[in-house]
Design a protein around this ligand. Structure first.
Ligand SMILES: Nc1ncnc2c1ncn2[C@@H]1O[C@H](COP(=O)(O)OP(=O)(O)OP(=O)(O)O)[C@@H](O)[C@H]1O
Ligand SMILES: [Mg+2]
Length: 381
């Protein structure tokens, strides 16, 4: 009887142990299936033929020109998910038909447009005072080859590739460059030498290359390199890595200048206040070999500049000769500054007409260094 009462409990425990066992087996089954899957995947890898690492040389009508490690080049297709390839990118290609299946490294191509100032200036020659000889030379060297290249072909001479404008600050160098860009309807691409080496550490040379590329695409164009002395200076000796970088940038600039043809519709205008420290390599024949001095204006020049900047001013009786005489030694930028200040004196006095006295106050103010023009302070202070 006793045994009978225990029977169901025993059965329960047997069922329970089978259930547990089943769980264990199911778990093991899952684990083994996973193992099989992994091994199959691994096996699959061994079956695959390796992909070839190669470099994108160019994009041609939706196809990719790749260069194999052995130097051979092929025009191939790219897989659908492989978009936006650029020359210089590293890619993997199938062995059979060399279809590009993946990008593995990309060249850092910066948007050169973002780093340089590109504009179509509207400065007219009539906005420049006292620089007639310089204007004349620029017209001959930059304007004529861009507007009448046929003339040079017929005569059989090659115009200079570029010019170098040098002289003190605020004398109208940038103005001259913009005026010739405007008169030739050229794209004006402005880069600043010091920025090229400070902002784009490690990229200066590449940027120079891309700027010239851009200039050719947007031709006719004028590449304006301000403060060119900061990349083309004899003071740079290649001790530190920073200096080596400047040197590389400079070398690239020389290579680019040498690389284009004189009638390529791209002209270079370099600018500097420090001709004395300039590396002679940049002004060697065939490079920026026309040197144009842009000096401080003489009395007549200051007069011209004064008249330009007062052209739109509402003037009362003013003694132009006297003012111009008092501005002895001032640059064009400083003459303009005096005109602006004089206008402010009138406004403060609730007038719209600018008088002689306003100019006198303006000159005094700039003399005493209360305006924002540092050059003026340096000069009179
Ligand atoms: N010869 C000039 N005729 C008329 N305006 C001038 C002349 N020179 C300078 N200016 C005035 O001064 C401003 C600054 O001149 P600009 O930028 O051309 O000088 P810069 O020689 O390039 O100086 P920096 O060497 O400092 O770059 C001009 O925008 C213009 O208003
Ligand atoms: Mg300038």
């Amino acid at each position: 009887m006793v045994g009978n009462t225990n029977e169901p409990a025993k059965l329960d425990s047997v069922v329970y142990s089978y259930a547990m066992n089943l769980n264990g087996l199911e778990e093991e089954n899952r684990f083994l299936k996973e193992s099989i899957e992994n091994l199959e995947k691994e096996l699959e890898k061994f079956k695959h033929t390796p992909l070839i690492a190669c470099e994108v040389r160019d994009m041609v009508d939706g196809k990719v020109l790749i260069r194999m490690p052995n130097g051979n080049e092929f025009l191939v297709d790219a897989a659908q998910n492989c978009t936006g390839l650029l020359p210089g990118d590293g890619v993997l290609a199938e062995q059979k038909n060399l279809t590009v299946v993946r990008r593995i490294s990309s060249v850092k191509k910066f948007d050169v447009d973002k780093f340089v100032i590109i504009e179509k200036p509207s400065v007219g020659w009539d906005m420049i005072g006292g620089l007639q000889p310089q204007e004349q030379e620029i017209k001959e060297v930059i304007e004529l080859p861009l507007t009448r290249p046929d003339l040079f072909k017929k005569v059989g001479i090659e115009p200079p590739k570029g010019i170098l404008l040098y002289g003190p600050s605020g004398t109208g160098k940038t103005l001259l460059a913009k005026a010739v860009a405007a008169s030739t309807h050229s794209t004006f691409i402005e880069i600043v030498g010091s920025e090229l080496v400070q902002k784009f550490i490690g990229e200066g040379a590449k940027l120079v290359k891309e700027i010239f590329q851009l200039a050719r695409e947007k031709a006719p164009s004028i590449i304006f390199i301000d403060e060119i002395d900061s990349i083309a200076s004899t003071r740079i000796d290649v001790g530190t890595s920073g200096e080596r970088e400047v040197q590389r940038t400079f070398m690239q600039l020389l290579a680019e200048i040498d690389g284009f043809r004189p009638l390529d519709n791209v002209k270079i205008i370099g600018c500097t206040n420090r001709k004395d420290i300039l590396d002679p390599a940049i002004v060697r024949p065939g490079r920026l070999d026309r040197l144009i001095h842009v000096p401080l204006p003489n009395e007549q020049g200051r007069r011209d500049i004064f008249l330009i900047h007062t052209r739109n001013m509402n003037l009362g009786q003013v003694d132009v000769d006297k003012i111009v005489h008092q501005l002895e030694g001032a640059s064009g930028a400083e003459v303009r500054s005096v005109c602006t200040e004089a206008g402010y004196f009138a406004i403060r006095d609730d007038r719209t007409r600018v008088r002689e006295a306003d100019f006198q106050s303006a000159i005094e103010k700039v003399h005493s260094g209360q305006d924002s023009n540092q050059d003026y302070r340096r000069m009179f202070g």
